[in-house]
Ligand binder design. Sequence first.
Ligand code: GRF
Length: 210
Amino acid sequence: MRALKIAVLASGGGTNLQALIDAQNAGKINGTIALVISNRKNAYALERARLANIACEHISTKSYPDPIDYDKALLSRLKAHQIDLIVLAGYLKILSPVLIQAYQHKIINIHPSLLPAFGGDGFYGIHVHNAVYQSGAKVSGATVHFVTEGVDAGPIILQKAIPLEQNWQATDIQAAVLKIEHPLLVEAVSLFCDNRLEIKENRVYIQGEL
Ligand code: GRF
């Protein structure tokens, strides 16, 4: 089976992207990150791509203010690079149906909470961890899931929970969760590239030994 071609969409610092780049270079993923796209010109994720000699592009929301036009432009770039899998790694735009339907069950997102808790509209970045902190929860964690038209609502691929120290603030929770996101996302992308993920009735079954 040929190595899949992966596009990573990112809006921020790109530490999840970096984890995927490092895993690819270590031969841990039967796939190639062929393209990185950001909606933010100065996203450090783009610099990480440049440093790794990976094709990268900024698609400006000013050029395509309508979200559907934006995603059509994005889709044309993905098709031009013959992308098989899209990974959202800190990508802050909501995907429109045109993109989701073109890549049905071929879009993976990482979210920094144990979905369905602390997910959905408005739950992104530090807002997630503020809500976790305010709730008094004793655990948090990360979720990798397939993207569907609901926000943070697609079939869950992998999750990992971590205990929260009682003196932690939201920023401490964010740092601890980010640390476990990286291997979780790498494992999920690797399983996808090895064709070991099967979806039945909104549940994901992993084929073979974990
Ligand atoms: C991560 O916490 C991810 O779960 C969330 O946005 C953050 C991106 O971090 N969607 P980075 O840009 O990968 O460092």
